[in-house]
Design a protein around this ligand. Structure first.
Ligand SMILES: Cc1cc2nc3c(=O)[nH]c(=O)nc-3n(C[C@H](O)[C@H](O)[C@H](O)COP(=O)(O)O)c2cc1C
Ligand SMILES: [Fe+2]
Ligand SMILES: [Fe+2]
Length: 401
């Protein structure tokens, strides 16, 4: 995709990345990701954010279709993560007189990552910059998701550039705006991005949302994914709900199984959830990448964990998933537990311990030796139903019985 004017004098000049397999070295990108950079053209020109180093030349070609890159006066660095700052060395060479603008916290990072110590200026929170016909202001939003992060706002067109906030995985398939596509197709990847990359900093996200409410925003132009020019408050509300860790009434059932005994029980538990009147997504932790498990755990308030006993403890793929949820600080979950063991068990006790440590609500647990009996399957089904009933009560949708 070449550049596109998103508002008078404001151009998307970003790139689609369809070749990086693992974002941040660990999150798969089956649908790619975009790095959105924006040119704000007044009498003076600012570039807001850039792209990963590998795509720097493509960014430059996009810019050159709009203006001579040497004319750029300001390189605005909202965020230092290299998916947005990686093109700075090339940009410096083609626009040597451009001043880099970033938060005070970004300055030592610019020096350590790129050796930039001159031509760099810290902007104060709330500071404005008149480009002549366009006016930028800078709003520090620390820890969304790094400490040096800020959002930039263009006042004449009322466009917010919040960098990672409100962004998502999935490259832009020929369309830039959320209203040009079926957003349902993108939402999962926005949530996967939020939960995996930003989720741990949910409190900072909520603080940022509160702070940015003071601005009159007509367009939200993040640095990954779709741009919102119609009802951007819908996206803000979605993000706020995720950041509050609310969770929809529904269940993510995540299990692991070596020989199928725990899996048999997973089917019965899932049946019980459905009988309890709620949707359930069944995910095999050994097969589905953990980033998708985190996404679904973030979406649903109900979380049911199935794990056989393995070396006296939790099956490693399930344990890894739980560790990451702990690191991401997911709160407020309603939980059920089940699993098969061979001789003495142990997974259940360890799972219960973890659930207590995480402050989640445990509805019940079922552990069984070897293959589940008909009676044990019935107990599993009952567990699924009990979790669903509890979620319905919490959501205020009443009992089904
Ligand atoms: C590598 C390995 C380690 C195991 N460790 C334990 C254990 O420490 N305690 C136990 O009771 N069973 C242990 N088991 C037995 C399994 O928990 C048992 O086979 C269970 O039924 C497996 O459930 P699944 O078919 O869902 O994988 C182990 C099995 C394997 C293959
Ligand atoms: Fe980032
Ligand atoms: Fe990013």
């Amino acid at each position: 995709m070449g550049p596109r004017e998103i508002r008078p004098g404001i151009f998307w000049v970003g790139v689609n990345d369809r070749t990086t397999d693992l974002f941040e070295g660990m999150w798969p990108l089956p649908h790619g990701v975009s790095y959105n950079a924006y040119l704000v053209v007044g009498q003076r020109i600012a570039l807001i954010d850039s792209v990963k180093d590998h795509y720097a030349e493509e960014l430059l070609r996009n810019i050159a279709q709009v203006v001579d890159p040497a004319r750029i006066s300001y390189l605005v660095v909202n965020h230092m993560e290299p998916d947005h700052s990686g093109a700075l060395p090339l940009l410096r060479r083609v626009a040597p007189s451009a001043e880099i603008l970033a938060t005070p916290a970004a300055l030592p990072m610019l020096a350590r990552f790129y050796g930039f110590t001159t031509g760099v200026r810290a902007v104060a929170d709330g500071e404005t910059l008149d480009l002549g016909g366009k006016i930028l202001s800078f709003h520090h939003i620390p820890f969304v998701h790094w400490p040096e992060t800020m959002a930039t706002y263009e006042g004449t067109q009322r466009v917010l550039f919040p960098c990672d906030a409100f962004g998502g995985f999935r490259a832009l398939d020929g369309a830039l705006f959320a209203d040009e596509v079926d957003f349902a197709l993108y939402e999962g990847e926005v949530l996967r991005y939020f939960s995996n990359i930003v989720g741990m900093q949910s409190q900072a996200v909520l603080r940022a949302i509160e702070k940015l409410k003071a601005l009159a925003i007509e367009v939200i132009a993040p640095s990954h994914g779709l741009i919102w020019r119609k009802a951007p408050e819908r996206l803000v509300e979605l993000y706020a709900r995720w950041a509050r860790n609310e969770g929809e009434p529904g269940v993510a059932l995540v299990f692991g199984s070596m020989y199928g005994e725990t899996r048999k029980m997973a089917e019965a538990v899932a049946r019980g959830v459905r009988e309890g009147g709620l949707p359930v997504r069944v995910l095999d932790a050994g097969r589905v990448h953990v980033s998708f498990l985190i996404q679904e755990a973030w979406r649903c308030r109900g979380l049911i964990l199935g794990s056989p006993t393995y070396d006296t403890g939790i099956f490693p793929p399930v344990e890894h998933f739980l560790r990451l949820l702990e690191r991401k600080r997911l709160r407020n979950r309603v939980v059920g537990i089940f699993g098969s063991y061979g001789w003495r068990g142990g997974a259940r006790a360890k799972l219960e311990e973890r659930v207590r440590e995480l402050g989640w609500e445990l509805v019940g647990s079922v552990e069984f030796a070897g293959a589940p009996t008909a009676e044990e399957l019935r107990q599993g089904q009952e567990l699924g139903r009990a979790v669903a009933e509890r979620l319905r009560t919490l959501a205020g949708v009443g009992s089904r019985a």
